[in-house]
Design a protein around this ligand. Structure first.
Ligand code: WT7
Length: 647
């Protein structure tokens, strides 16, 4: 079954119906020549020239790629460039008065920045940071909500060759302290507070606590958002005062080696500790610019909106670096999709005539639940392309998205990647490939993946296994490049591989369907949480003997966190429930609060005393339990089932 445009193909491939991109889209697409796959294959690694050519280099690179079968790998060695220059200065001759950023806050606040204005802001802040004694290769931590100053400070850092370490604003003081301490960061940029769903978040209090908790001395720059005359003590500086003192100054962009770190970001690793991921200036920037061009089809004249938070990698790569490197207009939204009404997102799309919209499957499922009357009441005809990222999107949500947001016409790209990959690795190319709702797509040109069994051998077509990336890619982080501490990569025979720890299958056309995590991380609404980190927060509460956290399927979030807790003797549910919730909030942040906490006298355990998570997952999902013969305490299962709320 083929839908759409009659561009000729009408064959069903495999089990999944395919949908060709409409002809009007292909005709205007940045990349529409199907030969791109073959060219990249034949010319690898030099094919990546094409990505690097999207950037301006201060010093040309000697080679595209240097490396053998194993790390160290080097992308664009010899090349020097500055990311702030690439995202701002070089656009000035052609589009100084074009908008770079459109910021939409709550209560109808909005602000815009042309490229010229962005240049002025970034230079003033860079001059202020320099005066604070911040130098090339220092790490500055940024702890701000979705305000224009967040990308401005990021770009000011990279202008100086300073590494930014953005911590999601919703994280707790403990989570912030851990990330600051581990980077040795001595400057923190934060704000007094901000509004979230109508209530004020005391951001500076969290920052104060983190500052006390770390070993190093930390200076703090505070952006005044709430206008409440907050007292700033010793070591604190007012953002607006610093900025104003340097307004009009310019700072030369510092050329960086292609392999120099552009920024650091933390992700939930398998060991439970947040894992530092360092992305490079050359390879990363080339890769995000190229995928913003080829997958998101961004043009300079577009208005582009990615609804993620800049605090996560999605926002780094596809709100800030990719789109601004291409010189487009990016929308930044600080608010929730249902305030003041459930049509907020569509109202913004209509008002700014957004061309390309990129969001998470959980958001699509939420919009679907609210009903089509909300998008239907707006003119969404400006939209040309839709994208998703963060978790698998099922066929029904995919079709709803295309039909009700994309007017039945827009191509939809389901883009697979992760914090570690830096940029998209698997997706359809919307100007080239047929789409298969439910499958992400083929590995992009120049990217090679496979699906393997536990022995590392390729599985058969359509069989489930583990996804592996079998070739280096430009956006790879430093530890994978250098081979230092490359936890999830391994050689197999003579072959280097990166294991993203996702389950997948691949069909006869090479389309990859991603099935979910294989490690003990849980993906909730497109955010990855480590079960170990959650469990240690819960077991840290006095009175909790043991805890296990599992994921249960959830209508809109995709997966919800279920915590199974067994209290010590003498403690009751009433004593513990509130303290468990606040322990998780303190350790990680409100985003990680379990949806359900089930109290149980014991957890299901094997004879060797290991908690059987598989059974807890089945109980949480209300599923058949399967083989329980390995259990030491089978009698607990009935109790667990009745204590778990019905789904
Ligand atoms: C994990 C990475 C990259 C930005 C968002 C999250 C899952 C991501 C898809 C997709 C199926 C996906 C994977 C991946 N994931 N995109 N299109 N289809 N699963 O970044 O926190 O590093 O999480 O998100 O499980 O490994 P992250």
């Amino acid at each position: 079954m083929t839908e759409g445009d009659g561009s000729g193909r009408d064959t069903a491939i495999g089990d999944r119906p395919t949908i060709d991109p409409p002809r009007w889209f292909v005709e205007q697409a940045n990349i529409s020549d199907p030969a791109v796959y073959e060219t990249f294959e034949q010319e690898w690694p030099d094919c990546w020239d094409r990505a690097a050519d999207l950037l301006d280099w201060d010093e040309p690179y000697d080679d595209v790629f240097r490396g053998g079968d194993d790390p160290p790998f080097e992308w664009f060695p010899g090349g020097r460039l500055n990311a702030s220059y690439n995202c701002i200065d070089r656009h000035l001759p052609e589009r100084k008065n074009q908008l770079a950023l459109i910021w939409e806050g709550h209560l109808d606040e909005s602000r815009t920045y042309t490229y010229r204005e962005l240049h002025r802001e970034v230079n003033a802040v860079a001059a202020a940071l320099r005066e604070q004694g911040i130098e090339e290769d220092d790490v500055v931590t940024i702890y701000l909500p979705m305000v224009p100053e967040l990308p401005i400070v990021m770009l000011a850092c990279v202008r100086l060759g300073v590494v930014h370490n953005v911590v999601f604003a919703g994280f707790s003081a403990d989570a912030l302290a851990e990330r600051m301490e581990r980077t040795g960061s001595e400057l923190l940029v934060t704000c007094d507070g901000y509004y979230r769903r109508g209530s004020a978040v005391a951001q500076k209090n969290k920052a104060d606590n983190a500052r006390i908790a770390v070993e190093q001395d930390v200076s703090v720059v505070v952006l005044d958002i709430l206008n409440r005359d907050v007292h700033l003590g010793e070591g604190y500086y007012d953002y607006d005062t610093l900025r104003a003192a340097h307004d009009g100054e310019t700072v030369d962009p510092v050329p960086r080696d292609a392999s120099d770190t552009l920024f650091r970001i933390y992700t939930s690793g398998t060991t439970g500790e947040p894992k530092a991921v360092d992305h490079t200036t050359g390879g990363y920037l080339a890769h995000v610019a190229w995928t913003a061009e080829s997958v998101l089809d961004i043009k300079p004249e577009d208005t582009y909106w990615c609804s993620a938070d800049i605090g996560w990698i999605t926002g780094h790569s596809y709100i800030v670096y990719g789109p601004l490197a291409l010189g487009t207009t990016a929308v930044l939204y600080n608010g929730t999709p249902d305030h003041p009404e459930k049509d907020r997102v569509w109202e913004i799309v209509e008002r700014y005539a957004v061309d390309v919209f990129y969001t998470a499957p959980t958001a699509v499922r939420t919009f679907m639940k609210w009903g089509e009357e909300y998008p239907d009441s707006h003119d969404l005809s400006s939209l040309r392309l839709l994208g998703t990222v963060g978790e698998p999107i099922d066929e029904r949500a995919w079709r709803w998205y295309r039909e009700h947001i994309g007017g039945g016409e827009c191509p939809v790209v389901d883009t697979w990647w992760q914090t570690e990959t830096g940029a998209i690795l698997v997706s359809t190319l919307p100007g080239v490939d047929a789409m298969k709702p439910g499958a992400a797509g083929k590995p992009l040109p120049g990217i090679e993946t496979d699906v393997v069994d536990p022995a590392g051998e390729s599985v058969e077509v359509d069989e489930a296994g583990e996804l592996v990336v079998t070739r280096p890619w430009p956006g790879m982080p430093s530890d994978l490049r250098t081979g230092e501490g490359w936890g999830e990569a391994a050689t197999f025979g003579d072959e280097w591989r990166y294991y993203p720890e996702d389950g997948a299958s691949v069909d006869g056309d090479g389309y990859v369907t991603v099935l979910g995590r294989v490690d003990d991380a849980i993906n909730v609404a497109g955010r990855r949480f480590s079960t170990m980190e959650l469990e240690s927060a819960i077991t840290g509460v006095t009175g909790v003997a043991e805890a296990a956290v599992v994921g249960a399927s959830h209508e809109t979030a995709g997966t919800a966190l279920y915590a199974y807790v067994s209290p010590e003797d003498g403690y009751t549910e009433t004593d513990l429930r509130g303290r468990i919730e606040s322990a998780v909030r303190d350790a990680i942040g409100g985003v990680a609060t379990p949806e359900t906490v089930v109290f149980t006298p014991d957890l299901p355990k094997t004879r060797s005393g290991k908690v059987m998570r598989r059974l807890l997952t089945a109980v949480a999902n209300g599923e058949e339990l399967g083989d329980t013969s390995a259990l030491r305490n089978p009698e607990i299962l009935g109790e667990l089932q009745s204590a778990t709320p019905e789904r």
